[in-house]
Design a protein around this ligand. Structure first.
Ligand SMILES: NC(=O)c1ccc[n+]([C@@H]2O[C@H](COP(=O)([O-])OP(=O)(O)OC[C@H]3O[C@@H](n4cnc5c(N)ncnc54)[C@H](OP(=O)(O)O)[C@@H]3O)[C@@H](O)[C@H]2O)c1
Length: 293
């Protein structure tokens, strides 16, 4: 299949380029040659490329900065997907759009997970834009997949694991404090890319959840990484209110991959299993990289 990937320089987009590129023809224009907020560019390039699949991994993803950048967030996270949905509809492409666990308010009693058809109630500007992006896709594209994921990590890009390593290596005689009151499922971009391929093979349609199986707190996630990599740094739990951030985050970000399971195509693995494999592969490189920060 011919797949046009937007956001190909990002964490998930670059992984999809690599994984899907093994069996498909991939086209990944950079932001200069295809800015998703430009209707003209979207239409011109879709007409020219004529992809069977448009995979939108582009987005304004800085959750805290989104509180101050409302205009840019709405342009990139809502108008961009709307342009892609209308363009995909016009040229007969299927649109796969990536959304987020943050569309939910996280008020469900732990450890109850969110299902695909639960009501969205975003808590932050970023989350609101992702919820609106979903509506834009549903209203404008007859053939779409909305894939909600969360707590992504990968070898490239900036993410929680890299931030934890960089903070841990800077500490001298003090503990690394990490919040133990936000729960979710650390999810490897590599596995999400494989899940997207499974959805393509199955001809999936509609809204899906795709995060790792199982869940943990951010404190447990950080402690797992520090212990696995043998860093001699104590990790201590703290509360979200101890480290206030501009954007509110859901307490419960646990998603159930219910539709993937119902259709027999869930390839997502337990979060510890994937994180173990990821750290076996890249742990040493990540430590070297963090020690240069
Ligand atoms: N990270 C997470 O934990 C997480 C969790 C849930 C959902 N998601 C969703 O997953 C998707 C991918 O996230 P990510 O973390 O992989 O993103 P990322 O690493 O921040 O990359 C974002 C990508 O979007 C591109 N981009 C930004 N504005 C654009 C525009 N106007 N036109 C074209 N391209 C543009 C960027 O290009 P440049 O390199 O040129 O800036 C970059 O390639 C996003 O939709 C995000 O909301 C992420």
């Amino acid at each position: 299949m011919k797949i046009l990937i937007l956001g190909g320089s990002g964490m998930l987009g670059s992984e999809c380029k690599e994984v899907l590129g093994r069996r498909h023809e991939i086209i990944t224009p950079d932001r200069e040659s295809l800015n998703i907020v430009s209707w003209d560019q979207v239409i011109d390039r879709l007409q020219q490329i004529s992809p069977e699949i448009v995979l939108n991994c582009a987005g304004f993803t800085d959750v805290d900065a989104s509180e101050e950048e409302d205009f840019a967030v709405r342009k990139i996270n809502v108008e961009g997907p709307r342009n892609l949905a209308q363009g995909a509809a016009r040229f007969g492409s299927k649109l796969i759009h990536i959304s987020s666990d943050y569309v939910f308010d996280g008020q469900k009693t732990l450890p109850q997970p969110y299902f695909e058809d639960d009501l969205v109630r975003p808590l932050s500007a970023y989350a609101k834009s992702k919820a609106e992006s979903e509506t834009a896709v549903r209203e404008n594209s007859p053939d779409y997949i909305i894939l909600r994921t969360g707590w992504l990590y990968s070898r490239g890009g900036s993410n929680f694991i890299k931030a934890i390593l960089s903070a841990a290596l800077k500490l001298r005689n003090s503990a690394l404090k990490v919040v133990d009151d936000q729960f979710g499922s650390p999810t490897w971009t590599y596995r999400v890319a494989h899940q997207i391929e499974a959805l393509l093979n199955r001809g999936g349609r509609g809204t899906y959840h795709a995060t790792s199986e199982g869940f943990c707190s951010k404190f447990e996630w950080a402690a797992f990484v520090v212990e696995k990599l043998g860093l001699k740094v104590p990790v201590e739990p703290c509360k979200t209110e101890d480290f206030p951030t501009p954007a509110r985050r859901p307490v419960n970000s646990i998603l159930e991959n219910r539709l993937l399971k119902k259709q027999g195509i869930n390839v997502m693995r337990d979060w510890k299993e994937d994180l173990n494999e990821f750290l076996d592969l890249y742990g040493e490189d990540l430590i070297k990289e963090a020690s240069r920060d």
